[in-house]
Design a protein around this ligand. Sequence first.
Ligand code: GDP
Length: 528
Amino acid sequence: MSKAIRDELKQEVAKRRTFAIISHPDAGKTTLTEKLLLFGGAIHIAGSVKARKAARHATSDWMEIEKQRGISVTSSVMQFQYAGKNVNILDTPGHQDFSEDTYRTLTAADSAVMLIDVAKGVEAQTIKLFQVCRKRGIPIFTFINKLDREGQNPFELLEEIERVLGIRSVPMNWPIGMGRELCGVYDRMKKQVELFQGNDHSTIEVRPAADYNDPAIREMAGDYLADQLAQDLELLDVAGDPFDYEKVRAGELTPVFFGSAVNNFGVQTFLENFLQLAPAPTSRRTTEGEVEPDDEKFSGYIFKIQANMNPAHRDRIAFLRICSGKFERGMSVKHVRTGKDIKLSQPQQFLAQDRDIVDTAYPGDIIGLFDPGIFRIGDSLAQGANLTFDELPTFSPEIFAKVSVKNALKQKQYLKGLDQLTEEGMVQVFRSIGPFEDTYLGVVGQLQFDVFEYRMKNEYGVDIQLARTQFQFARWIVADKLDASKFRINSTLVRDKNDNNVALFENEYAMRTAVERMPDVKFLETAP
Ligand code: GDP
């Protein structure tokens, strides 16, 4: 490869930071995202991200359902530049009606920012998203938000993070007071105090402090808070984990930052530290071995397909994460699954709602490809190679509904829609075994049902009926011999779309009993 291209790739890759913010609804993700974009100069009017969240644009070409509910059904990508870095934020839906899309989006991130509400601590949705990141071993950074409100004791929060999530933490800064008493934070790495200015939040004063005993802190915060700070930090120095870059990179230690997104307090320090510590795109596993981002040949995979971004055109956008090489508009690549060459002529990049055409892009970047219906989630695109990226993880559904078509005459369209949408990864489908075949859909979030119903009607002209069932767990069964009679009480036996046997259980007790009674049978959370 020519040296010039390699150098260009190396340089561009080193600049990229691609991450997702994981949090429970209301922790302040929209607010933090907006502040980050403001620092990058990507948006000029504070409130525009939030306005998007609230109103979802009258002219929006997003799905109708998204507008109606004022939530982000699918994740978009926001890009901005800061301090010489090209930052890509993968937006994941913050609503509790999240879906498998949310999980899959995390595979496209090289690191994650875990946002925690200081009063609420580690919440349910954060736990789920954290676990997906953990499995991938990506670095996780923590921002503890809403410091201007009364919250939990910082030590208790760190303890909770460790107990609930099983990750050690290292506070990078430490609050001086909290809620109404909040004076600022002490930056343990830079040894400086950042003052929180209660009235005019836009300017944040920074003062060097020799250490946490510096008289300047006492002067500013008063004896009580200064003593408290000194006491806390002494304890941290003795009993806390030291900062260890290797452990951070391995996802074993999370650097913790305290701040207040809405007041823009601690956000810039966080951003600067994060950009320094977070990894640039690294190698990815494929069927042909590891692919390095600075390999000359372009490659990437599709982690999400968004249908009907513009209902008038019935178009779909396939989101592709670039893993190696340089993308140039109009280039030809191989669509590995079908073996066909395709030309990437209409790629789009996303900043919030606006679509810009991209001419070049590099590993770590996400591009949206116009999809005339050829792409599937997990598809690889590559130049001159037949490589396929590691399969995207599947997730164990937790909500199930029996699905049927309202008008029997529409059976054909119904089956077509069912087939295509499950292929796309919209929902998982299961069929009962026996003379009367029932069809079940399994999802991780209720929203997937709503979108499924909507798309069946809008794209296939089929009205469907969904009846929620009691089932809560699915377990894929691996066994030499299977006795169906053992799955009768609070459970049922079904098959997935690849004819794997799956047991659905109504409760944990039923599932545990089955597992105990059948020691020779393996029960897996996802398809083998
Ligand atoms: P999301 O659901 O995680 O996207 O949360 P939002 O960004 O919409 O924030 C939820 C609520 O928390 C909003 O009312 C925000 O104004 C508020 N909020 C966000 N950050 C802070 C903060 O630092 N302090 C306080 N007091 N409120 C905040």
